[in-house]
Write a protein that binds this ligand. Structure first.
Ligand SMILES: Nc1ncnc2c1ncn2[C@@H]1O[C@H](COP(=O)(O)OP(=O)(O)OP(=O)(O)O)[C@@H](O)[C@H]1O
Length: 305
């Protein structure tokens, strides 16, 4: 049995006026890091709240560690750890008071499960008497993760743990997740950052309440299935307009310093170069590149819209 099984979950708000999830299904295996990747408002938080039994779906079924999210909600609350995107800490309580509080709620103590959080908590322990509200973003995140782990959950839900966190702390967090995985904990993590996809064992790409792709990051990239060019010139904003105006160009988006371009396969690289030179572009660069997860997301999003 999978650690998390989800079948056709539908969720709406305001009497159906806002449709947050349109029939989401997937499974996450034991000890897997499963990433849910998509922009703000795509439905990630709604899904996590349903799976951690905080809200009910309109329809569909799901189980966590073999327990039904509706019938067995009390048991699920004991076996999952949940780190919401915001407001998981009591800002006026100290670091140690926060952790003690979460341990007490679950009928355990810091000492009993210290081994689980040691690597993470030891980094903030020197500040254990500091109010949580006075911690840096990275330290808050380490404390929130320690609080979510203190009752030894079998499945950990992390909702956008790296949003608004500095690059060093982001890297440290992913390293911590690797270590937790090695201890057998299943991790569901949501993120709007496509570059974090490669750090997950498998990912689901979510768009407007629908999963538009589920696979390993490698397979998703391998299945891009069409040539992709990175294109640059001396006038990048005109270049984007000119690329989009070309009838053979099926998509053109800015990625960093260049535009990523797909076509219907008709123009050769030289023909595209001639087209752009003819429109007054200089220093035209065209390079065939391998698709990243963001390219795949854009393509799948186009196909689903
Ligand atoms: N309590 C609520 N009442 C009404 N609409 C809601 C409520 N919660 C979420 N929504 C709407 O449901 C949709 C999905 O929101 P959700 O928070 O699940 O997405 P998300 O991917 O987690 O995005 P974010 O990172 O912005 O929270 C959005 O359109 C959101 O505005």
């Amino acid at each position: 049995m999978a650690a998390v099984e989800v079948h056709d979950i539908v969720k709406s708000y305001r009497k159906g006026a806002v449709q947050a999830l349109h029939g989401v299904s997937f499974e996450a295996g034991h000890g897997e890091i499963f990433g849910i990747i998509g922009p703000d408002g795509a439905g990630k938080t709604s899904l996590f709240r349903i799976l951690t039994t905080l809200i009910l779906p309109d329809s569909g079924t799901a189980s966590v560690d073999g327990l039904d999210i509706v019938r067995d909600y009390k048991a699920i609350r004991n076996c999952v750890g949940y780190m919401p995107g915001r407001f998981s800490l009591y800002q006026d309580m100290t670091v140690e008071e926060n952790l003690t509080f979460f341990a007490t709620v679950f009928g355990t103590t810091i000492r009993e499960n210290y081994h689980l959080i040691k690597d993470i908590y030891s980094q903030i322990e020197p500040f254990k008497d500091r109010k949580a509200g006075a911690l840096s973003g990275g330290m808050k995140q380490k404390l929130a993760l320690s609080c979510a782990l203190i009752h030894k959950p079998s499945v950990l839900f992390l909702d956008e743990p790296t949003t608004g966190v500095d690059p060093v702390s982001r890297k440290e967090l992913w390293e911590m997740l690797r270590q937790l995985k090695q201890q057998g904990i299943t991790i569901l993590v949501s993120t709007p950052y496509m570059d974090e996809a490669s750090l997950c064992d498998r990912i689901a790409l979510i768009l407007d309440g629908r999963f538009i792709g589920i696979d390993t990051p490698q397979h998703i990239a391998d299945n891009f299935g069409e040539p992709l060019w990175a294109v640059g010139s001396d006038n990048m904003s005109k270049l984007l307009r000119d690329l989009r105006a070309n009838p053979h160009v099926t998509s053109a988006f800015t990625f960093g310093a260049r535009h990523h371009v797909t076509t219907d396969g008709k123009p050769t690289e030289q023909e595209l170069r001639d087209y752009l030179s003819g429109l007054g572009h200089h220093d035209v660069e065209i390079e065939t590149i391998r698709a990243g997860i963001e390219d795949c997301y854009m393509k799948l999003a186009r196909e689903h819209r």
